[in-house]
Write a protein that binds this ligand. Structure first.
Ligand SMILES: [Cu+2]
Length: 311
């Protein structure tokens, strides 16, 4: 009995030591993003578009931290810009006025937050009118990896896809409010990863049969819902908001609303292609299709490092 009590005591001490060690492992990650108003191509032909961006690209840089980390964030609004900008991280729990408020060109904004929930989260400019800033391209993704690396099966490759509408004139607020988009795109390019619908497309996603491909999907909107589906495939697991505790299995599609995100695992038993779409076909057939090729000789760099967001 005494030794049993002693064992319980040592288990308790061990648990405390482990908890302290994992808390100590949490780190502070410094993230500085520059709001930049630039011209960017929105299709494979190189049609230029007046984009408002984080760091000159759409989607903005992928921010990646681990659950429990503190993000020390600064937004710099470049002096050359004409508009106020802001930053709204969906992974943060803060004050919408004080922290997510807009700053003028030449000014900056600083705040910190701790990423308490693992998953994939949207970030975007929240300056007024938000619909205009999102339509111009001011969005990206933050991945908060779970603190326990065994919380999800290990992914062999990872990709980020962000859906959004592209409006002919994002400064015509009335057309945004009336939902008059011309294209829906993944990663701000019409048929960017679809050589089937656009012979100018030179990029697509790649993996080997049997590999677990993890797609971090964000719907930036600003207006359209997504019915996210892999044509000729089945999602092995889907995690709404990317939280490992939300795992659901064997899905054909999951609806992801504007401002929402989810993590999708895809494993193909065969060689060949899947076409990842929003099954809302007016959206898909205007540009929101991404081909993933499963071949035994898939490029080993794809779905790793910089090639998680294929630019
Ligand atoms: Cu903005």
């Amino acid at each position: 009995m005494i030794s049993h009590k002693r064992n319980l005591l040592s288990v308790g001490v061990l648990a405390m030591i482990l908890a302290a060690a994992s808390a100590a492992a949490a780190k502070t990650v410094t993230v500085t993003l520059h709001a930049k108003e630039v011209d960017l191509p929105i299709d494979n032909k190189g049609t230029m578009y007046r984009a408002w961006t984080f760091d000159g690209k759409v989607p903005g840089p992928l921010v990646r931290v681990t659950e429990g980390d503190t993000i020390d964030f600064t937004l710099v609004n470049d002096p050359a810009n004409k508009n106020s900008h802001a930053m709204d991280f969906h992974a943060a729990q803060l004050d919408v006025v004080k922290d997510f408020g807009a700053v003028k060109p030449g000014e900056s904004k600083h705040y910190t937050f701790t990423a308490h929930y693992p998953g994939v989260f949207y970030y975007h400019c929240g300056a007024d009118p938000m619909i205009q800033h999102i339509a111009h391209g001011m969005f990206g993704a933050i991945i908060v990896d779970p603190r326990d690396p065994r919380a999800m099966p290990k992914a062999d490759r990872e990709y980020v896809l962000i859906q959004s509408e592209i409006y002919p004139n994002p400064d015509d607020i009335e057309s945004l409010m009336a939902d008059k988009w011309k294209n829906v795109a993944f990663n701000f390019g019409v048929f960017k990863y679809d050589p089937v619908h656009d012979s100018n497309a030179t990029r697509w996603l790649q993996a080997k049969p049997g590999e677990r491909v993890r797609i971090y999907f964000v719907n930036a909107g600003p207006n359209e819902f997504s019915s996210f589906h892999p044509i000729a495939g089945i999602w092995d697991r889907v995690y709404p908001s990317g939280n490992p505790r939300n795992a659901i299995y064997g899905l054909q599609s999951l609806t992801v609303g504007p401002g929402d995100a989810a993590t999708f695992d895809l494993v193909s038993p065969v060689e060949g292609a899947n076409a990842i779409v929003t099954h809302s076909l007016r959206s898909a057939l205007s540009g929101a299709i991404a081909v993933i090729m499963f071949t035994k000789d898939a490029d080993p760099s794809m779905g790793h490092g910089e090639q998680i967001v294929v630019r």
